[in-house]
Unconditional design. Structure first.
Length: 313
C-alpha cells in the first residue's frame, strides 16, 4: 500500500506492506482521512503514536470501506462504509481498526466529509458533554472556533440548546462560524466581558485560562483540549474556589480500547443522527490527494482556514 510516512521531520508518500487485521479487527480501504493538530506535533517528533499503532504513519481519523475481517470481527461486513478514530495509520490506502472503534457512515455523507468527522466530532462531543456536562440553556464559549474541533463544538452545543459564543482570530471567518450556529463570534480579546459562561472549551491554550476563569459562572467548567499557544498558566485558586468551578483536560489518542469504544457509541447515539439530518455538517477547507500530503500539511500549518483539511485516496 501507499502511505504517508514521517521521517526526519518531514512527511512523504512511501510504499509499505499491507496491514492484516487481527482478532476483532477490520481492514479498511481508506477513502478519506482528515488532518489534525496532533499530526503536526507527530511530524515534529513531539507526539509519538501509542503502542500498537504504526510509529511513523500518521492519521487519527479515517473513512472508507471494509475489505477484510479479522478473526471474530462480525459487527460490519465487507463493503460497508465505516469511519473511525485511530491511534495512527489513517493516512494510508489501508488501515486496521478494531471493530468497536468503527462507526457506520451515514448515507448522506460523501467521503471527504466522512473523513473529517471522527476525530473532531468525537473530541468535541466527549469534552463538551461527557466531561463538562453542558446542558440545554447554558452559556457555552469555544476558543479557536474556526478549526475542526471548534466548528464541531459550535454545532453540537447549538444543537443541544446552548447559547454559543465563539472566538476567532481571523475576522474573515466570523460569518462562516455564525452560519454554523454561533450566536456571537468575537475577537480573541473581546470575550471576557461577555460572560458569565457555564462551559468553556479551550482549544488555544494557557494564555486564555485566567480571563476564562474570571468570565466563568458559578459552578462553571473549563475543559482544555488544545495547548498550541502554551501549556503553563497562572491560576487564581481563590477565584476557582469562590466560583466552585472545575478545570479539566482531555485527550483521546492514548485512551484504551474500552474508552474509545464508549466514545464511538456516544457518537452513534447523539451525533450521527444530526449528521444524517443535516443539522450539523463538516466544513471542508480544502482536500488534497494522498500524493500531495506534504502540501496538505503545509496548508494546515498555515492556518487561516474554516474547517477541515482532508486527504483523499
Amino acid at each position: 500500500m501507499r502511505a504517508a510516512v514521517i521521517a526526519d521531520g518531514e512527511v512523504a508518500v512511501q510504499d509499505r506492506p499491507d496491514p492484516e487485521p487481527g482478532a476483532g479487527e477490520v481492514l479498511v480501504r481508506v477513502r478519506a482521512a482528515g488532518l489534525n493538530g496532533a499530526d503536526l506535533h507527530q511530524r515534529k517528533g513531539n507526539y509519538p503514536a501509542p503502542p500498537g499503532s504504526p510509529p511513523d504513519i500518521p492519521g487519527l481519523e479515517l473513512a472508507g470501506e471494509v475489505v477484510a475481517l479479522g478473526p471474530g470481527a462480525q459487527r460490519f461486513a465487507e463493503g460497508d462504509r465505516v469511519m473511525a478514530i485511530a491511534g495512527g495509520g489513517g493516512q494510508a490506502e489501508l488501515c486496521v481498526v478494531h471493530e468497536r472503534q468503527l462507526m457506520p457512515v451515514p448515507d448522506e455523507l460523501d467521503w471527504p466529509s466522512a473523513g473529517g468527522v471522527p476525530e473532531v466530532f468525537t473530541t468535541s462531543h466527549d469534552a463538551v458533554f461527557t466531561q463538562a456536562g453542558l446542558l440545554a440553556g447554558e452559556r457555552f464559549l469555544v476558543h479557536g472556533a474556526a478549526g475542526g474541533v471548534g466548528t464541531a463544538g459550535v454545532q453540537v452545543a447549538r444543537a443541544a440548546g446552548a447559547h454559543v459564543t465563539a472566538t476567532v482570530r481571523n475576522e474573515a471567518l466570523h460569518d462562516g462560524v455564525r452560519e454554523l450556529g454561533a450566536h456571537e463570534v468575537l475577537a480573541p480579546d473581546a470575550y471576557a466581558d461577555g460572560g458569565p459562561y457555564d462551559v468553556v472549551l479551550e482549544l488555544i491554550g494557557a494564555p486564555n485560562i485566567p480571563d476564562s476563569l474570571n468570565a466563568l459562572n458559578t459552578g462553571g467548567r473549563i475543559v482544555v483540549i488544545g495547548i498550541g499557544a502554551g501549556f503553563k498558566a497562572d491560576l487564581n485558586l481563590l477565584a476557582l474556589m469562590g466560583k466552585r468551578a472545575r478545570i479539566m483536560a482531555s485527550t483521546l489518542r492514548p485512551r484504551p480500547l474500552e474508552e474509545k469504544a464508549l466514545t464511538a457509541r456516544a457518537m452513534e447515539r447523539s451525533v450521527l443522527p444530526l449528521l444524517a439530518r443535516g443539522d450539523v455538517r463538516v466544513p471542508i477547507a480544502e482536500t488534497f490527494p494522498l500524493d500531495r500530503v506534504h502540501d496538505a500539511y503545509e496548508r494546515f500549518a498555515a492556518g487561516g482556514k474554516l474547517g477541515k483539511i482532508v486527504l483523499v485516496t
